[in-house]
Design a binder for this molecule. Structure first.
Ligand SMILES: *Cc1c(COP(=O)(O)O)cnc(C)c1O
Length: 232
């Protein structure tokens, strides 16, 4: 089977899962956007995916993302940055990313806004919220209590557009109650920021639970591209 056929088959299966989950939750299938996470995979795969109708791709490492976005600049894709962000790289990320999903602290806002401003292009921002207990090691994402200040900082930055929230289900836990908590946090955010309607949640293993809880974006890697190499 060619790589194109393999990706096509996998995409069809994932789109089928999303459609089934939407039907199950009484939602319209075009309510949920598929972001294909292409980290570790070559630009040639991104090209095949674009040809197969994928419009949004996700990357989590700055150097790899920057290179791939440049190589694939002709495809008109929307690039989502979904990885941990260092403040000294944030301006460079905003130079190519259309959506930055992993904004988890106020310190990132000024450099992201600077990068967006230099490009004369508004960058969409999601606030990454942690669903882990506060004492969990390697916890990524903002504490829910810090979201109001973070959301205000993004709104006041000028060059960034606050679009909503992103989260990853905690490891080793049933994702369902975690995504229900996320949905409640999202409803709270919407009171002050009614435009922040996007909810990015769900990956290859738990997209159904995320769609059920109201996800508007699912970030799917291995179910489309196959398993990633284990080394970094
Ligand atoms: C890698 C990654 C994904 C995709 O994970 P899969 O299990 O391969 O679908 C989704 N979200 C984030 C934040 C990631 O880093």
């Amino acid at each position: 089977m060619s790589r194109r056929d393999e990706l096509e088959r996998n995409l069809e299966a994932v789109r089928g899962r999303i459609a089934a989950a939407c039907a199950d939750a009484g939602r319209a299938p075009d309510d949920v956007r598929l972001v294909v996470v292409t980290k570790f995979f070559p630009a040639s795969d991104v090209r095949l995916l674009a040809d197969l109708g994928v419009s949004d791709v996700g990357e989590n490492r700055h150097q790899e993302a920057e290179a791939k976005a440049a190589e694939c600049a002709d495809l008109g894709l929307s690039w989502h940055f979904i990885g941990g962000l260092q403040s000294n790289k944030a301006a460079a990320v905003a130079a190519y990313a259309d959506v930055v999903e992993s904004v988890d602290r106020v310190k990132l806002v000024a450099p992201l806004a600077k990068g967006a401003h230099q490009r004369s292009h508004e960058v969409d921002v999601l606030l990454q919220v942690s669903l882990d207990p506060p004492d969990r090691e390697g916890r990524a994402g903002a504490d829910p209590g810090n979201l109001p200040a973070l959301a205000r900082a993004v709104e006041e930055s000028g060059a960034l557009r606050l679009r909503g929230l992103m989260a990853v289900a905690p490891l080793g836990e049933d994702p369902r109650p975690a995504f229900d908590r996320l949905a409640a946090i999202h409803r709270d955010l919407l009171v002050e920021h009614p435009g922040a309607t996007w909810l990015s949640a769900g990956m290859s293993g738990d997209l159904e639970q995320a769609v059920h809880a109201g996800a508007t974006h699912v970030r799917v890697g291995s179910a489309v591209l196959g398993s990633r190499p284990q080394f970094k």
